[in-house]
Design a protein around this ligand. Structure first.
Ligand SMILES: Cc1ncc(COP(=O)(O)O)c(C=O)c1O
Length: 395
């Protein structure tokens, strides 16, 4: 094979390495407790599965779906946005279902980025934002997200020559991996920045339904003028424990959605219709599962945060998202610390470096670990910590 140039710098997706390491350990008969991947452990709610099963028996659903999705699904997405965020969307122009949001996130760069164009990407961030731009020959400018700015990018710090070349910017709140949130004043600033410099905004929002205490996340589209400048990617994966079914959506700017629809119609044949019917049930049926899941995650969050802080790993309690972002002890890199935990305790955490340079110094723990395993994993961490005092002895 003579691989394309674009393959030269393309590694396997970050999590594949982690999954392989876990599989190796398990194959040797070792127990591994993984806090690594944000894949809900609780099942898809029964009403959704029931709808999926009924729809699977209908012969109409055995045939090719349309890329644009069932009109009933686009309507259900628009109705959900109206109910949840009080945003009115035109389901024929401002809504497009996706084969999981990762698929649309990966393809949107094809619509906006030519060779040499710049995409502004937060650092740390979900890796697909930068990979998609690099795959189409674009360049990535990383916007540092740091604790002293509440993990929000500072637009004033972006050099003028970069701003001039930038065509697209990624944002993600509630944030993976930091657990940070954004308010409407921040999103207003994003719209202003976008208007001033003609930069299309892609806001990725799969964690809006995982929230704690009295907080409820907002949508980027709630900012005035947002739909004139950008889109919001969303997903049923985390809200309804549907990661395995692969269904998400993008909503907002009609031109961006039309461009993505044209690209997709040339590449894919849509989402299996039975899954689309399941999604309609998820979005328009009872929403009780959201509070039920969040109550479970909140208890886990409190246990994890308490233990990590006892261990001296400075950790803020997130108000939303599935993630705890914890500082690693002095003397360790995030990869060294994660490796030690895996080798010595059998606990998997994600090294922050995997999300970018500014993720160094942190590890991410996901709350999607079943309760009994979570408690066991935390107690193993606590025991290990007691034998390790002080952490600085590492170097
Ligand atoms: C920030 C972020 N965006 C998008 C996705 C993709 O979600 P999906 O493709 O399951 O909709 C994930 C998955 O972990 C994520 O963390």
């Amino acid at each position: 094979m003579r691989a394309s140039k674009r393959m030269q710098n393309l590694g396997t997706y970050f999590f594949v390495d982690i999954t392989n390491k876990i599989a190796e350990k398990k194959a040797k008969g070792e127990e591994v407790i993984s806090f690594a991947i944000g894949d809900p452990d609780m099942p898809t709610p029964k009403n959704i599965i029931d709808k999926l099963c009924q729809a699977a028996y209908q012969p109409d659903n055995h045939r090719y779906p349309e890329t644009i999705g069932l009109p009933e699904l686009r309507q259900a997405i628009a109705d959900w946005y109206q109910k949840r965020f009080q945003i009115s969307l035109d389901p024929s122009r401002e809504v497009l279902p996706l084969i999981g949001s990762k698929e649309g996130i990966g393809h949107i760069a094809l619509c906006l980025i030519d060779e040499g164009d710049v995409t502004l990407v937060p650092d740390p961030a979900y890796p697909v934002y930068s990979t998609s731009t690099l795959l189409v020959g674009g360049r990535v400018y990383y916007m540092p997200l740091t604790a002293d700015n509440d993990f929000l990018p500072n637009f004033e710090a972006i050099p003028d020559e970069i701003v001039k070349k930038a065509k697209m910017m990624w944002l993600n709140y509630p944030n993976n991996p930091t657990g940070a949130i954004a308010n409407i004043e921040f999103f207003d600033k994003v719209v202003q920045f976008s208007n001033k410099h003609s930069i299309s905004i892609c806001h990725d929002c799969p964690y809006s339904e995982v929230y704690f205490d009295e907080y409820q996340p907002i949508s980027f589209l709630q900012a005035d003028g947002a739909r004139e400048v950008g889109v919001e990617f969303h997903s049923l994966s985390k809200s309804y424990n549907m990661t395995g079914w692969r269904i998400g959506m993008v909503v907002g700017n009609a031109n961006m959605i039309d461009a993505l629809m044209r690209v997709k119609s040339n590449l894919d044949s849509g989402i299996p219709q039975a899954i689309q019917y399941a999604a309609i049930e998820a979005l328009s049926g009872s929403q009780n599962c959201i509070n039920e899941h969040n109550a479970v995650y909140q208890k886990r969050r409190d246990l994890v945060v308490e233990l990590l802080n006892d261990m001296g790993l400075i950790t803020k309690s997130p108000k939303a998202s599935l993630y705890i972002w914890a500082k690693v002890p002095d003397g360790y890199t995030s990869i060294e610390f994660a490796n030690d935990l895996l080798e010595q305790v059998g606990v998997v955490v994600t090294p922050g470096r995997g999300y970018g340079e500014h993720g160094e110094g942190y590890v991410r723990l996901s709350l999607t670990v079943p309760d009994a395993l979570l408690v066991k994993g935390l107690s193993q961490l606590a025991n290990w910590h007691n034998t390790k005092q002080p952490f600085k002895s590492k170097k």
